[in-house]
Design a binder for this molecule. Structure first.
Ligand SMILES: [Zn+2]
Length: 290
């Protein structure tokens, strides 16, 4: 689902455009398709749960997406992504070297999420104990602290690979509706190999920001990797973690083993991806499971 780049809204002089194109590397132009001129080059999955990588116009600064600043790498590249419930339209803009603003409207296509209608209300779980609440607060504090760490990792530039191959036992975005009341949607991809202990690898380069050796109540042994530029992966329910916080990992490197620690009904790897606070669909990063 690679969509063609959009046409710039607003025309500019060819001379200016040529000058701006000359500064782009051949590799960037090749990877992202047509020449950006004084527009953005953009490619990716412009759909809910998707992402786009781009190259800003030469000399551009102050890149803004959805009204919020976005970091530009030294080579002018950047990443933006679209939450599972993103609206149909958004915009990126940047200030050009001459002070003008280049803006691009993006149409974000809707997904048909798998919804399961349950004719009864949600199970009335017992009220959480004070002990659970105390533990959970500590776990969430660790998760939030890990998410606040920003490393300069190149993983966000890469084409992701699946951490492990197996049966998809739960898809990103699927949701149960209990007697008309939506439950929370599934925030990642569940991959089952039929057994515990199957090794899995890093889907892209990154830095380990959390490796919870002592299982969390819900996530179990939890591994979080920062891929740079606000993009991060989390791996839940692991039986073993082979890396520790601060470790630099490379795409394809063995990082742990799948399991069923925490709240899981069977052994599987739950892989989720976030960009900032947006929850994303891992299958739009790694492509179809082979
Ligand atoms: Zn899951």
């Amino acid at each position: 689902m690679i969509r063609p780049r959009f046409v710039l809204a607003g025309l500019v002089s060819l001379a200016l455009a040529a000058a701006q194109f000359s500064g782009l590397t051949a590799r960037a132009a090749e990877a992202l398709g047509a020449a950006p001129l004084n527009d953005f080059a953009l490619s990716g999955e412009l759909t809910q749960g998707g992402w786009a990588r781009g190259v800003a116009p030469r000399g551009a600064s102050q890149l803004t997406f959805d009204g919020k600043p976005v970091a530009l790498a030294a080579d002018g590249r950047f990443l933006i992504a679209f939450d599972r419930d993103a609206g149909p339209a958004t915009q990126i803009s940047a200030r050009l070297a001459d002070g003008r603003v280049a803006a691009r409207s993006l149409a974000i296509s809707r997904r048909a999420w798998k919804l399961e209608y349950i004719p009864i209300g949600p199970r009335p779980g017992a009220a959480p104990s004070a002990e659970f609440a105390r533990r959970r607060a500590l776990e969430l504090a660790q998760i939030n602290a890990a998410r606040a760490i920003a490393h300069d990792s190149p993983g966000w530039r890469q084409t992701f690979i699946w951490p492990v191959y197996g049966r998809i036992s739960g898809r990103f975005g699927s949701q149960r509706i209990y007697n008309g009341t939506p439950g929370s949607y599934h925030s990642g991809m569940d991959i089952a190999t039929g057994t515990s202990g199957t090794p899995f690898v890093a889907p892209a380069d990154g830095v380990v920001v959390l490796a919870a050796q002592s299982p969390f109540t819900l996530e179990g042994r939890l591994l979080m990797i920062d891929h740079g530029m606000g993009l991060g992966s989390a791996f839940l329910h692991c039986s073993k973690l082979a890396v520790k916080a601060g470790d630099v990992v490379r795409q394809g490197q063995y990082i742990g083993n799948i399991g069923m620690t925490g709240r899981a009904t069977g052994p599987h790897l739950h892989w989720s991806i976030k960009w900032r606070d947006s929850r994303l669909d891992p299958s739009l990063f790694a492509g179809p499971m082979r």
